[in-house]
Write a protein that binds this ligand. Structure first.
Ligand code: NAD
Length: 313
């Protein structure tokens, strides 16, 4: 594995993933990191015991690294990180050498393709791969993430990607080609966002009819409504002790990010001529939650409250 790793974006996901890499890579590996929030960089430098070096821009990260990973919220941030003419990855003269750029952000496939094309047109030796992840903050902390790779099974970078990303999670899927990692991620989040809404409504129906939701959740667990949402992330407070719902919906996956992902899935569907009937309704619920300051910063399962879910059982 390369000895100089670049990391851009030390947020809810990026920080614990980078921390795992730091712990698991050989002690002579150096990390060059940048985030627009200086406090996050300073904290990571402190954790790094001499192996982590603060950078002032994505360009500086690129200058100093053999391989770069990024994890920022939206397409506009990915554009800024990679394409800003003075501070972006693209501005680094070091891109005239082969360099692997791994973007783990969940963004729209079109932006990812545009960023890839801008980079590789100017720097034919640079390789840009969309590599979104699933598994949440807990998966990032426990290194149990799933990675969806925007490349084919024959991609020459695959052995390196497997060795590196394998340190952060066991499940790696080459999805076929550029931007298809993102397609896979949007399909997954679209599906899980709707399973959440269905689980919210069904649990609420049970409670309102007089059922103990613990019994209902146990029935789901061994019946056809079984899902990771019902089992591990149940939106009803008090059912899963470790779930965000049981601590005021704090932590987990911000509802604004889920609204973004459902919106991206609906847009992507339009681009390929597929109609997502349930998606239009679901998107309305997630956008309502994301636009409400009481819920905005909370876990996406807070839609249980938006849908009027009962908590008085
Ligand atoms: P976050 O907002 O917690 O972190 C993003 C980080 O990027 C922040 O520290 C921010 O300061 C930094 N940043 C923004 N613009 C930047 C720029 N131009 N240069 C450098 N740093 C910049 O978000 P997150 O929860 O870590 O999510 C990141 C991405 O991962 C999103 O696309 C999200 O959809 C995806 N994701 C999140 C989760 C989750 O559970 N949180 C799970 C899977 C995927």
């Amino acid at each position: 594995l390369p000895k100089n790793i670049g990391w851009i974006g030390l947020g809810a996901m990026g920080y614990p993933i980078a921390t795992n890499l730091l712990k698991k890579m050989s002690p002579d590996t150096q990390f060059h990191v940048y985030d627009v929030v200086q406090a996050s960089v300073d904290k990571f430098v402190e954790d790094g015991a001499g192996r982590v070096h603060a950078c002032m821009s994505s360009k500086e990260v690129t200058d100093k690294s053999d391989l770069i990973l990024s994890m920022v919220p939206e397409g506009s941030h990915v554009r800024a990180v990679y394409l800003d003419p003075s501070t972006g990855v693209l501005a680094s003269p070091s891109l005239s050498n082969p360099k692997l750029l791994i973007d783990c952000s969940t963004i729209d496939p079109a932006t990812s393709l545009a960023v890839r094309s801008a980079l590789t047109t100017q720097h034919p030796l640079a390789s840009f791969i969309d590599t979104p992840v699933s598994g949440g903050v807990l998966g990032a902390q426990k290194a149990t993430l799933t990675f969806m790779l925007g490349c084919s099974e024959m991609d020459p970078h695959l052995p390196l990607l497997q060795a590196l990303l394998g340190l952060m999670g066991g499940n790696l899927f080459p999805c076929g080609g550029p931007s298809l990692g993102l397609t896979a991620k949007l399909c997954n989040n679209y599906c899980s966002s709707l399973i959440t809404l269905a689980t919210c409504e069904a649990m609420n129906l049970g409670i309102a009819s007089g059922m103990d939701p613990r019994v209902l959740a146990n029935i789901f667990h061994t019946s056809t409504a079984q899902s990771a949402i019902a089992d591990d992330w149940n939106p009803v407070p008090g059912l899963c002790p470790e779930a965000p719902a049981s601590r005021g919906y704090v932590g987990g996956f911000r509802v604004g990010l889920m609204a973004k992902d459902v919106g991206l899935a609906v847009e992507s569907a339009e681009a390929v001529g597929v109609e997502l009937v349930l998606g239009r309704v679901g998107l309305g619920v997630y956008r309502k939650a994301a636009g409400d300051e009481r819920y905005r910063e909370l876990d996406s399962r807070v839609v249980y409250r938006v849908l009027g879910g009962r908590e008085d059982w």
